[in-house]
Design a binder for this molecule. Structure first.
Ligand code: UDP
Length: 420
């Protein structure tokens, strides 16, 4: 049993995933804490207070608390947080001393928290484990228009070289840490992210569509995630506009504060003549997300960069194929031609082509959806041998080794640009 201080400066596990800066990392910290709590470890998760009226301490699970620390103005932008890190560190130490707590380990998430983690390691003389979730160097390599500043890369290097262990979600990330951040191979450990396969599981498509008020007989393309340029939602809208026939494009994520970006996307859909096909849905809780995945014919992850891509894994756990950019962690989650397609270029045409291939393959695809599910099961927190709890489904899951085979269906419908 361990007492663990978890540091997550810029975003809280209490924040709603799918909105602003809250996404995979928040889900990861919340789920990891739940699993560690079950194994009798005790966790205090330190995060920056963004709502001055919220209580300092919130118990989220029997053994897990979220501790909010005042550091900088509540509304401060993520990009300005570096300057408030010393204040944050002092706040954590003050809390620990006032409570008479001691910790066996510091586990930090993202490089800003890593800086705090290193300071706490020195102060408490305990090991520090860091997970970066995303690396500036990896983002810069994906040729986004905005470059990550040098001080971020330098900060990451300092933390990466000083921490006792660096947890990487993918082998690709591990390689970057070793080759470009100078981390010794024995300290960089790959632990792929998991998915709760008792929760994300196949359901009747017609049933969930009825519950969501979606037409039963129309192809549904799904996007789930934060509404931000990095996610490439514009590519998806352009790709959808190139496909033939009826379809519904369901974009799940964001909230009122993402209104400007959503409006830009809405205008794009309008210009392309598909505004009537696109449905924007504010971020949905994990409780209800399985309904959305199960309603979809395909889940699309068109990101310019994706350090892991939990959404792809959740979709596969529901038996839904994924069409994703060939970037970052997606290379290791999606098996091209088996559990979906990986698209090498960040442009609409190849996405449109893959979407049409899947649509043409519909009857075969649904029949073999279990192949996807068993692939995802290998990533369940309960481990590869896990069988879904019978109580949740009625019948225990039989592991099926046979994968979805989406090859050999090229004779299907072709996207408009290829038909000309
Ligand atoms: N998510 C959610 N509700 C939404 C949109 C997203 O709960 O409306 C969750 C989603 O289920 C996933 C996470 O946010 O667990 C997104 O993680 P991913 O790794 O795909 O992307 P990131 O946000 O880390 O870039």
């Amino acid at each position: 049993m361990c007492d663990i201080a978890v540091v997550s400066v810029h975003t809280s596990p209490l924040a709603r995933p799918g909105t602003r800066d809250s996404g995979g990392m928040n889900v990861y910290i919340r789920e990891l804490s739940r699993q560690l709590g079950r194994r009798a470890h005790t966790l205090d998760i330190f995060t920056r207070r963004t709502d001055p009226d919220s209580p300092q301490v919130a118990v989220i699970d029997g053994r897990t608390r979220v501790i909010q620390i005042d550091a900088g103005p509540p509304e401060a932008d993520k990009r300005s947080l570096q300057r408030y890190l010393p204040e944050f560190r002092c706040g954590v130490i003050r809390f620990q001393e006032e409570q008479g707590r001691s910790y066996d380990l510091v586990h930090s998430h993202y490089w800003l928290s890593g800086w705090v983690g290193q300071a706490l390691k020195a102060r408490w003389n305990v090991p520090h484990v860091i997970m970066f979730h995303t690396l500036g160097e990896a983002k810069n390599r994906s040729h986004l228009s905005e470059r990550e500043p040098d001080d971020r890369i330098a900060g990451e290097r300092l933390v990466a070289q000083g921490a006792d262990r660096v947890i990487c979600a993918s082998e690709g990330e591990r390689r970057i840490l070793i080759d470009h951040y100078g981390v010794s191979p024995e300290r960089a450990v790959q632990v792929p992210c998991g998915v709760d396969t008792d929760h994300f599981r196949p359901m009747s498509r017609a049933g969930v569509r009825r519950r969501l008020g979606l037409p039963v007989d129309e192809p549904v393309l799904l996007y789930v995630g934060r509404i931000e340029p990095l996610k490439g939602i514009d590519i998806l809208i352009r790709a959808a506009a190139q496909t033939e026939g009826r379809f519904r494009l369901l974009l799940v994520g964001g909230d009122g504060q993402d209104a400007v970006r959503k409006e830009e996307l809405r205008r794009l859909a309008e210009e392309l003549g598909i505004a009537g096909n696109v449905v924007f849905q504010d971020a949905v809780s994990h409780n209800r997300l399985p309904l959305y995945y199960n309603a979809a014919d395909v889940c699309v992850v068109p990101s310019y960069y994706e350090s892991f891509g939990l959404v792809a894994l959740e979709a596969m756990a529901c038996g839904v194929p994924v069409v994703a950019s060939r970037v970052g962690g997606l290379l290791e989650t999606v098996q091209d031609g088996r559990t979906g397609y990986l698209v090498p270029w960040r442009c609409p045409e190849p996405f449109a082509e893959r979407l049409e291939l899947l649509r043409a393959n519909e009857p075969r695809r649904r029949g073999r959806a279990r192949g996807l599910e068993s692939h995802a099961l290998e990533r369940s927190p309960q481990g590869p041998g896990h069988r879904r709890s019978p109580g949740r489904r009625g019948v225990p899951l039989r592991r099926q080794r046979r994968p979805l085979d989406v090859r050999g269906v090229a004779g299907g419908l072709r996207p408009r640009h290829l038909r000309r």
